[in-house]
Design a protein around this ligand. Structure first.
Ligand code: ADP
Length: 220
């Protein structure tokens, strides 16, 4: 059964996280209802979000009045007020819709949200910190981690991946990774083929499990 408003998202808590999430969703064409109990915040989104209201999301009747239960998805962006985050989330969980995404600002916070039954617990600072660690180490230029331990890494080709066609090098057998794309200096991203030859100053995208892709990308 579909929600009454498909492709609609209620964003509760328009702080730095919820605010930019709401703006980005709306820019992509999703119907967004922004909710925050702080008048100044609500004012600042007036004219930038089509629907933004001042309301206390910890109250179930308030959420019902705003028809949050008819939305496809809801994002709880409240972080620092733990009580408000937990109360809001548990109210939402009593509705059949929506799918819930909730932000956690600490490990215990994340555990509680998971115990409540939230389908998607997001930990922006934790995740960003881990991501940036790879960039700071230097060998990795960009890093995306998916669930099930799978990553995509932007890096430069290590010596054993250079100067001979990928089809000949057998990197997947040797290192358990796949090089899916290459960008030459000044060029654009291209899919690799068995004939592709990589050079020193190329950038590549490596796919694989976290361990194998990181190990491969850290090779000189
Ligand atoms: P960020 O770090 O992303 O800025 P915060 O946790 O600081 O996140 O911001 C949370 C936002 O949620 C704030 O704008 C705050 O006004 C709002 N908020 C907090 N409690 C409630 C509540 N009970 N109902 C609605 N909005 C709330």
């Amino acid at each position: 059964e579909r929600a009454a408003h498909p492709d609609s998202v209620a964003v509760i808590g328009l702080g730095r996280f919820g605010g930019s999430l709401a703006l980005e969703l709306e820019a992509q064409g999703t119907e967004v209802l922004g909710i925050d109990n702080n008048e100044d915040i609500v004012q600042s989104y007036n004219g930038r979000l089509a629907h933004v209201v001042r309301a206390d999301s910890t109250k179930e009747e308030v959420l019902r009045q705003l028809s949050v239960h008819e939305f496809d998805r809801a994002v709880v962006g409240i972080g620092s007020d733990l009580e408000a985050s937990i109360l809001t989330t548990s109210r939402l969980l009593t509705f059949k819709h929506p799918q819930i995404w909730a932000k956690a600002i600490s490990e215990p916070h994340a555990e509680i949200l998971e115990q409540l039954g939230v389908q998607h617990v997001i930990r922006p600072e934790h995740d960003m910190g881990r991501r940036v660690a790879h960039l700071v180490r230097g060998s990795i230029l960009d890093y995306v981690e998916f669930e099930d331990d799978f990553v995509m890494v932007r890096t430069q080709p290590p010596a054993d991946a250079r100067d001979r066609p990928l089809g000949v090098l057998g990197l997947r057998d040797k290192y358990g990774i796949t090089i899916v794309a290459v960008k030459r200096p000044g060029g654009t991203w291209q899919h690799t083929t068995a004939q592709t030859v990589l050079y020193d100053d190329d950038q590549i995208i490596v796919q694989g499990t976290k361990n194998l892709a990181e190990r491969f990308s850290s090779r000189p």
